[in-house]
Write a protein that binds this ligand. Structure first.
Ligand code: PGU
Length: 407
């Protein structure tokens, strides 16, 4: 009996669905610039040296595979927080952080969303109770994550299409107009999809408005260490807010900076005002998680805890993280050079001034469609290019195809 006959066809995901189309493409010339996943100079995925070494130790230890606690592996969670806030963070040492391991960054954002939906800010105006502001544009999955948790999602100006940079005035104006106590989503570093991050002075002005409007902040950190190559440098914005006393929420993904995409390693931290607040918030986080997925996976958390807990492995990881960031920076300048040599008079400076996994190229949707249909070059329709997929073997082909569809 067709009991599911009324189910409509769902839309393909703009990122992962498009990548499936790439996989199905039989052309030998196909290139995927879609998914934000690192590839080496030969276009191959990488397992970091420190990860392999940690795995060898974990396997040799023949550890049991018991359930992790609902909040996950405590050693991993603490290491994740310390990586972002620093070992000497007062919030950490004073026990004011409620934190849980999550199913990577997506899971951290979703658990945060459920907590925000259940407990609006006590300082919130009625209009702010379940309202979250996300940058325009942002990672496409953010909208669905927060919507499905029962939040109202509203955009704030972020990208200036004319300057190909940050629309600071528009951003601050939108935040000043936000109802008191609303939640603000901020990308910690390497903004997806624009690659444009606020300067430290701009971060300070954003923090001022957050204070003025008593906004709650959720930092989404998916690229710490991967953006600049230095995890300390990539933590600057988050540390600025914590040092100013903001009770931020922090979603962390270890997919890209540890290359643990499929291991689903993440954490969600809530900085509170006291040990008592941290205790009640943690109890509520566990009530969100238990019926959602009960407890998180073991293996990836053990790897990250092992690496961050061992100075030699951490150093190896830092070198590889810096190496990934450096290769992407090299490809940014290589592709810019190719494009500017093919398109005299047109500047592609934004390709090398942007940071992190992606270049927000400015290519129009119809140009993106032509790249896919005529050149088997795949990228998301907003013009985002995953720079890790560019390598010495395809950089000229990519530049030529882009030039021809722009002609
Ligand atoms: C800002 C941001 N937050 C969270 C995530 C989620 O990462 P986890 O794998 O759940 O830890 C991503 C990954 N975005 C990449 C990867 C593919 C995807 O999930 O969309 C991207 O935008 O291509 C991201 O860019």
């Amino acid at each position: 009996r067709p009991l599911w006959r009324d189910v409509p066809q769902g839309a393909d995901d703009p990122i992962l669905g498009l990548n499936q189309a790439f996989v199905a493409d039989a052309s030998p010339d196909k290139v995927s610039l879609v998914v934000g996943a690192y590839r080496d100079a030969h276009g191959k995925p990488v397992v970091l040296r420190a990860v392999r070494a940690a795995e060898e130790r974990i396997v040799a230890a023949a550890l049991p595979k018991e359930y992790t606690p609902i909040a996950g592996m405590a050693e991993f969670v603490r290491a994740a927080i310390a990586l972002m806030l620093g070992d000497n963070s007062s919030a950490l040492t004073e026990g004011r952080i409620a934190a849980v391991q999550t199913l990577s960054g997506t899971g951290a954002c979703r658990v945060a969303a459920d907590l925000l939906a259940r407990f609006p800010s006590p300082d919130a105006e009625p209009a702010a109770a379940k309202l979250i502001y996300v940058p325009e544009p942002t990672w496409s999955n953010h909208w669905a994550i927060f919507h499905d948790a029962g939040l109202t999602v509203r955009g704030y100006r972020y990208w200036d299409g004319d300057s190909l940079g940050l629309d600071e005035d528009g951003l601050l104006e939108d935040l000043r107009a936000a109802p008191r106590g609303a939640t603000l989503l901020l990308h910690a570093c390497a903004h997806n999809p624009t690659g444009v991050d606020p300067t430290s002075a701009q971060w300070a002005r954003i923090a001022d408005v957050v204070e003025e409007r008593a906004l709650r902040v959720l930092f989404d950190s998916a690229y710490q260490g991967f953006a600049s190559g230095d995890p300390e440098r990539d933590a600057a914005a988050v540390r600025l807010f914590v040092e100013r006393g903001h009770p931020i929420m922090l979603a962390q993904s270890f997919a890209k900076n540890f290359g643990l995409y499929g291991e689903r390693v993440g954490a969600l931290s809530v900085v509170t005002a006291s040990v008592a607040e941290a205790s009640t918030v943690l109890s509520q986080l566990k009530l969100v998680i238990r019926p959602m997925y009960s407890s998180p996976p073991l293996h990836g958390a053990r790897i990250v805890a092992q690496v961050l807990g061992d100075p030699a492995l951490k150093q190896l990881w830092l070198e590889d993280c810096a190496g990934m960031a450096a290769r992407i920076a090299q490809m940014r300048s290589a592709l810019r050079t190719e494009l500017e040599s093919l398109q005299p008079g047109r500047s592609w400076a934004h390709m090398s001034s942007q940071i992190g996994m992606f270049c927000f190229s400015g290519l129009r949707p119809e140009e993106v469609d032509a790249l896919r249909e005529q050149y088997h070059l795949y990228l998301t329709r907003d013009g985002r290019i995953s720079m890790a997929s560019v390598n010495p073997g395809n950089v000229r082909h990519v530049a030529q195809a882009i030039t021809e569809v722009m002609a």
